[in-house]
Design a protein around this ligand. Structure first.
Ligand code: SF4
Ligand code: SF4
Ligand code: FES
Length: 225
């Protein structure tokens, strides 16, 4: 395998030379940054590594996940591991799976101008504008299902001209849907009851006493449906 060629990148305006096959996250570390924020799973799942960048051939500001994007020649970037957003606190039992509940907590959803910027910025390829449209219609099920893969990275909100907090609207819809619409899983309730009654104590204690190797074996040989 040949060695990757070196390219220039700009991290917070400062130039660094890095191998061209690194991700943005790896390039930061290669350049000497120790990531104590803006880095979690390194696999595109945790949403902690939101990044804003520009490339010289394009006037547009773009967003992506540092652990998922490969560096480009002369790209400039900065991380936004957290995007400021007002998160409402609520007791899920006091709200129903309907439009009035969404509107009470997030009345700003009606300000959406349908520009699709959120969808274009979503690293999960979620149709964010469409789930926001479903939210405005009060279709909680559609919002819950369409936003299922959201990793709460905040990138959709970072460029929204209507200042929406799409991912908080979406998680509210998923919670309302799970709490008020999806039927209770009876097998889970049965299992919880068995645990409460101590019927699984012996089995649990056996697992607790296992060493790492035994646990690994147990996990590797588990039944998969
Ligand atoms: S919907 Fe928004 S917060 Fe969720 S993954 Fe997409 S860009 Fe990130
Ligand atoms: S970026 Fe904001 S205004 Fe544009 S479609 Fe998405 S939610 Fe609506
Ligand atoms: S580090 Fe978790 S998504 Fe990038």
């Amino acid at each position: 395998m040949g060695q990757a060629k070196m390219i220039d990148i700009y991290i917070m305006g400062k130039k660094y030379e890095v191998p061209s096959d690194l991700t943005v996250m790896q390039a930061m570390e290669y350049s000497g940054y120790k990531l104590i924020r803006g880095c979690g799973c390194r696999g595109g799942f945790c949403g902690a590594c939101g990044t804003v960048y520009r490339t010289p051939d394009d006037f547009r500001i773009k967003v992506g996940l540092a652990c998922q994007m490969v560096v480009e020649k002369d790209m400039q970037f900065i991380q936004i591991p957290f995007f400021p957003a007002n998160k409402k606190k609520y007791d899920i039992d006091e709200f129903n799976a309907d439009l009035p509940s969404l509107m009470k907590l997030y009345p700003e959803i009606s300000r959406c101008v349908g520009c699709n910027t959120c969808t274009k910025g979503c690293p999960q390829n979620i149709e964010v504008m469409d789930y926001m449209a479903a939210a405005i219609r009060g279709d909680i099920e559609a919002v819950a299902k369409m936003s299922f893969d959201c990793i709460m990275c905040g990138l959709c909100a970072s460029r929204c001209p209507a200042e929406e907090v799409q991912y908080y609207v979406a998680i509210l819809a998923r919670r309302l849907f799970a709490k008020h619409v999806v039927p209770r899983a009876s097998h889970l309730e049965d299992k919880s009851k068995e645990i409460e009654e101590g019927l699984l104590d012996e089995e649990i204690n056996k697992i607790v006493a296992m060493n790492k190797e035994e646990l690994k074996n147990l996990y590797d040989n588990r039944d998969i449906e």
